[in-house]
Write a protein that binds this ligand. Structure first.
Ligand code: MEV
Length: 392
C-alpha cells in the first residue's frame, strides 16, 4: 500500500491539503476552513468583548500508528520543530507497531465543599448511607447523558482539615461519555448541594468539577529499537545501546530533580497541547490535570517512564489524565476544531484521549533523544531547517 503521507513535508501547502482532502474525504467547504476557520461573527458568540480572532499555525504530524491504525495528527502550535519531532518519533517506532494505547472510563470527579458542619463524622455517615439517592438526584438533571449510557456513578466523602477548621468534601463521580464533562458535572454538583446541606446541617460552598481527572486517563506505550536509534543519530558516533541508556538516564534525572522534571513534562505538553488546541479542547484543564497528576504522590514526577526490553530496546510509557470531549462545549462552536477531530478518525472521546497520550509520549521521546545525543539546538532545529529547506 502506498503511503499518501510519504514526504508530506516536501509538498506545498496546497499539495498537503490535497492529501488530507483525499485521505479524510473532505468537502470543498471543509477544505476552506483551513483558510477561514472562525471569523469575528462566530467568535463574538463564543467569548465576550470580541475584537477579532487569533491564529496559530496548524500542521499535521505524520507516521502515527495507534493500535494498528494510521492516524493523522493535527497540531496547532507556535513552536518550530514540535510537529517535525513528533513525526520523527512516530516514524522511529513504526517498525515495532507504533503506539499501543488504552483509555480508562470517561469518568470525571466533581467536588462539593461543606463548611460549618457541626458533626462531620455523623455527616459523612449519613451522606454515604444516602449515596444512591444522591446519585439519583444528580442523574435526574441530565437525562440525555443517562440515555447515552453515562451519568453519576458514585459518591465518596471525606473530612479535610484547613487550619483549625474541618470541612466535609464530597466527591461525585460522573461518567461523561464523549463530553469534556464540565457542564454536566457542575450542574450535578449544584443539584445535590441542597440535599447535602440538609443531611449535614452545613453550608455548601464550592460546587465544581476537579481538573485532576484521575479516573479518566489514557496510557500509551511504544518500543524504539536500538538499531533504529543508532541510525537516527549517525553523526554522533553513539551506539544504539548507548542512546537507549542515555535516554533512560535523562528520564531518571526528571524523576529525581524537579527542575528537570518541569522541563521534561513541558516537552510532553508541547505535543499534548498542540493536538488538544487543534481539536478545540480546554487545554488549560488538560495542563492543570497533567501537572497535578504528576504530583499526586506528593512529589512532582515524570508523566512518562522509560525502561529496556529483553533485547535492550527502549520501552516508553505514559499515563496522563485526558479530560477531552468530542461533543458539546467549545468544540460545538468551532468548525475547524470539529474538522481536526474528523481528521484523527476518532469516534469517541476515549479514542481522542488515547491519541493525545501517544502524541505526548512521542514528543517526550523526541526531546530526550535529541537531548541525549546531539543536543536540542542542533537536533530539533536541524530537523526544522531540513523540512523548510526541502520544501518544493
Ligand atoms: C522545548 O519546548 C521542550 C524541551 O525543553 C523539552 C525537554 O527538555 O525535554 C526540549
Amino acid at each position: 500500500m502506498t503511503n499518501a503521507f510519504e514526504k508530506f513535508y516536501k509538498k506545498s501547502i496546497s499539495g498537503r491539503r490535497a492529501v488530507i482532502k483525499k485521505s479524510a474525504n473532505l468537502s470543498p467547504s471543509e477544505l476552506k476552513l483551513f483558510e477561514n476557520a472562525l471569523g469575528s461573527q462566530n467568535a463574538d458568540q463564543i467569548i465576550e468583548n470580541v475584537v477579532g480572532t487569533y491564529e496559530l499555525p496548524l500542521g499535521i504530524a505524520t507516521n502515527f500508528v495507534v493500535n494498528g491504525r494510521q492516524v493523522v495528527v493535527p497540531m496547532a502550535v507556535e513552536e518550530p520543530s514540535v510537529v517535525a519531532a513528533a513525526s520523527n518519533a512516530a516514524k522511529l517506532c513504526k517498525a515495532t507497531g507504533g503506539f499501543k494505547t488504552k483509555a480508562s472510563k470517561p469518568e470525571m470527579i466533581g467536588q462539593i465543599q461543606l463548611v460549618k458542619v457541626k458533626n462531620p463524622a455523623s455527616a459523612l455517615k449519613k451522606i454515604i448511607k444516602e449515596k444512591k439517592n444522591l446519585v439519583k438526584i444528580a442523574n435526574s438533571r441530565d437525562p440525555l447523558l443517562v440515555k447515552y449510557g453515562g451519568g453519576a456513578r458514585d459518591i465518596e466523602a471525606k473530612t479535610i482539615f484547613a487550619g483549625r477548621k474541618k470541612m466535609v468534601i464530597i466527591y461525585l463521580t460522573v461518567d461523561v461519555r464523549d463530553a469534556m464533562g464540565a457542564n454536566a458535572v457542575n450542574t450535578m454538583c449544584e443539584a445535590i448541594a441542597p440535599e447535602l446541606e440538609r443531611m449535614s446541617g452545613g453550608i455548601a460552598r464550592l460546587r465544581i468539577i476537579s481538573n485532576l481527572a484521575v479516573k479518566r486517563t489514557a496510557k500509551a506505550k511504544a518500543v524504539w529499537k536500538k538499531k533504529d536509534l543508532e541510525k537516527s543519530a549517525k553523526g554522533t558516533g553513539m551506539t544504539g545501546q548507548e542512546i537507549v541508556d542515555a535516554i533512560i538516564e535523562s528520564y531518571e534525572l526528571a524523576e529525581n530533580d524537579i527542575y528537570r522534571c518541569a522541563t521534561h513534562n513541558k516537552g510532553i505538553m508541547n505535543g499534548v497541547d498542540a493536538i488538544a488546541v487543534a481539536c478545540g479542547q480546554d487545554w488549560r484543564a488538560i495542563e492543570a490535570g497533567a501537572h497535578a497528576f504528576a504530583a499526586k504522590t506528593g512529589q512532582y514526577k515524570s508523566l512518562t517512564k522509560y525502561s529496556k526490553d529483553k533485547q535492550g530496546n527502549l520501552v516508553g510509557e505514559i499515563e496522563i489524565p485526558v479530560a477531552v470531549g468530542i461533543v458539546g462545549g467549545a468544540i460545538k462552536a468551532q468548525p475547524l476544531a470539529q474538522l481536526c477531530v474528523k481528521l484523527t478518525g476518532v469516534k469517541t472521546a476515549q479514542e481522542l484521549g488515547e491519541i493525545i497520550a501517544a502524541v505526548g509520549l512521542a514528543q517526550n521521546f523526541a526531546a530526550l533523544r535529541a537531548l541525549s545525543t546531539e543536543g536540542i539546538q542542533r537536533g530539533h532545529m536541524r530537523l526544522h531547517a531540513r523540512m523548510q529547506g526541502e520544501k518544493k
